[in-house]
Design a protein around this ligand. Structure first.
Ligand code: SF4
Length: 276
């Protein structure tokens, strides 16, 4: 009911008044949005009931002049501050988790971080950790009608620190031999955390955070040095609005880059080599 009331009040404020017009397509679109919003609210409620994490910040901005300061990049030629906004930040004691709501396709692969295509979650976590606050997980929360609490896909996609206390604070209903429906984590028959590519040690998680900063520092260095050669990763050009003018084309013999065999260790090893 609350969802319907909120949507109704938003429609009343709709400057173009489009949803109040007699249009069957918009009527259908609206019904679907209401249905989806109800489902997401219910899922968030159920997930929250199982969790000890306390949602603390919503659409929280960080940057110069904000209560959460900018992320500092030690780039050549002078420091640069990164600002941004995070959909949701939850705390459990000193542990922090970052959540980004996504209505589109979700890619939380390690390769995405390694290539610099998907830095956001780990980069933004840097703004909320330090001074005793530690990372526990970074997730995309699907708000598409594609997962269900009774289905296979968990609500949140991303990496979690491999620590029983954190896992049980995330999903208090999780039992031995079970796989969580909230995050991509399972327990063994003895009730221990089943290690997988979706769990990281605290060191590995911190390496992910440091690596995301290193990639950004390198980008700033390259931009400042005038390096603007097009070297896209596979798939980047498909829907790019600048393809007509950048000149990059596989038909001209240019090849898109692709990284195979990227693992969690690849990130830590790259960091040891200075983020290369
Ligand atoms: S089309 Fe050009 S500008 Fe766009 S992603 Fe590809 S290389 Fe970059």
């Amino acid at each position: 009911m609350l969802v319907e009331e909120i949507i109704e009040s938003v429609i009343k404020e709709d400057k173009q008044n489009k949803y109040n017009a007699q249009n069957p397509v918009l009527e259908f679109e609206l019904k679907r949005t209401v249905k989806e919003a109800k489902r997401v609210c219910f899922d968030v409620f159920v997930n929250q009931k199982r969790s000890k994490f306390v949602p603390t910040y919503f659409e929280k901005e960080f940057g110069n002049g904000k209560t959460i300061p900018a992320i500092k990049l030690n780039a050549k030629g002078g420091e640069v501050g990164v600002r941004g906004a995070v959909d949701r930040v939850d705390y459990y004691g000193d542990y922090v988790r970052i959540i980004d709501y996504k209505s589109g396709a979700i890619n939380s692969s390690t390769e995405g971080l390694y290539t610099g295509n998907k830095l956001q979650l780990y980069l933004y976590m840097n703004a909320f950790t330090g001074d005793g606050k530690k990372p526990s997980g970074a997730y995309y929360y699907s708000v598409k009608d594609e997962f269900s609490l009774d289905g296979v896909s968990p609500a949140m996609s991303g990496k979690t620190v491999c620590d029983k206390d954190i896992i049980m604070a995330t999903d208090g209903d999780l039992k031995p031999r079970d796989r969580s429906k909230i995050v991509n984590v399972a327990l063994t028959k003895d009730g221990e955390v089943h290690g997988s590519s979706q769990t990281l040690t605290e060191k590995q998680f911190n390496d992910h955070l440091k690596y995301s900063v290193k990639v950004c520092e390198k980008c700033v260095d390259e931009i400042r040095s005038g390096y603007i050669t097009a070297t896209p990763y596979k798939g980047a050009c498909t829907y790019c609005s600048y393809s007509a003018m950048c000149g990059f084309s596989e038909e001209n013999g240019s090849l898109e880059r692709k990284e195979d065999g990227v693992s969690v260790e690849t990130i830590s090893n790259a960091l040891e080599k200075g983020g290369e």
